[in-house]
Design a binder for this molecule. Sequence first.
Ligand SMILES: NC(=O)c1ccc[n+]([C@@H]2O[C@H](COP(=O)([O-])OP(=O)(O)OC[C@H]3O[C@@H](n4cnc5c(N)ncnc54)[C@H](O)[C@@H]3O)[C@@H](O)[C@H]2O)c1
Length: 254
Amino acid sequence: MATGRTHRPATRSRGIPEATVARLPLYLRALTALSERSVPTVSSEELAAAAGVNSAKLRKDFSYLGSYGTRGVGYDVEYLVYQISRELGLTQDWPVVIVGIGNLGAALANYGGFASRGFRVAALIDADPAMAGKPVAGIPVQHSDDLEKIIQDNGVSIGVIATPAGAAQAVCDRLVAAGVTSILNFAPTVLSVPDGVDVRKVDLSIELQILAFHEQRKAGEEAAASDGGVPAAAARSDSADQGPDGDMPAVMPA
Ligand SMILES: NC(=O)c1ccc[n+]([C@@H]2O[C@H](COP(=O)([O-])OP(=O)(O)OC[C@H]3O[C@@H](n4cnc5c(N)ncnc54)[C@H](O)[C@@H]3O)[C@@H](O)[C@H]2O)c1
């Protein structure tokens, strides 16, 4: 058993680096907003600012997609939305199950942003018998005894874990044994998965701790600057693209 990392080399087989892949959703979010405003084209500088990315990095990222824009015109918004969606596999339907329908699982089930991005919540699963059959976001909760059948019947390859930490590994093992190959883990624990299974974790408290670190550092730098020390901007390094234990956090630094 390997540890709960995203088991992918730094560069994927099709030659797109993981760091670029991690920025594609940021571009897509910015492009979708432009598309909704019927903006036809966008310059690399405008799009980079909207996505919170350096424009040279953006041009390099888009070169991996074979998209170079037109000098003086910029990038065609609709075509880029299509290209990035296709690259991310969003042009197909992805049935997703959410396991653990408490506060967080119910909030995720109610989040409209999954469906609009091609992620259909196919089933909600919980271990509490009292919840079985109760609708959440219009979908009846199913008991975890039926987890394997639910995965197979719905052809699910992506599972979201929103159970307490103590239950997460057992839930993960069952999901994987049933055929799930990608897991989004909200439980505050490191999951062990076999090779070939991708795990992304979301931990808002870790993100807050990173912000607290930067706040503390800014305060120290300001104190040093007022003493004639290193200017704050020079001392601050780029936000790391990696999580604290080396894997990529699902919530990317802006
Ligand atoms: N990642 C984040 O940023 C973040 C934010 C909030 C909460 N969390 C974590 O998300 C998890 C859920 O939090 P919550 O507030 O919704 O908790 P909750 O207690 O409201 O809900 C947990 C649900 O999981 C169910 N459950 C327990 N064991 C199960 C199992 N083996 N199989 C299926 N379902 C099972 C329970 O019946 C319950 O409905 C916790 O681990 C919490 O620490 C993470």
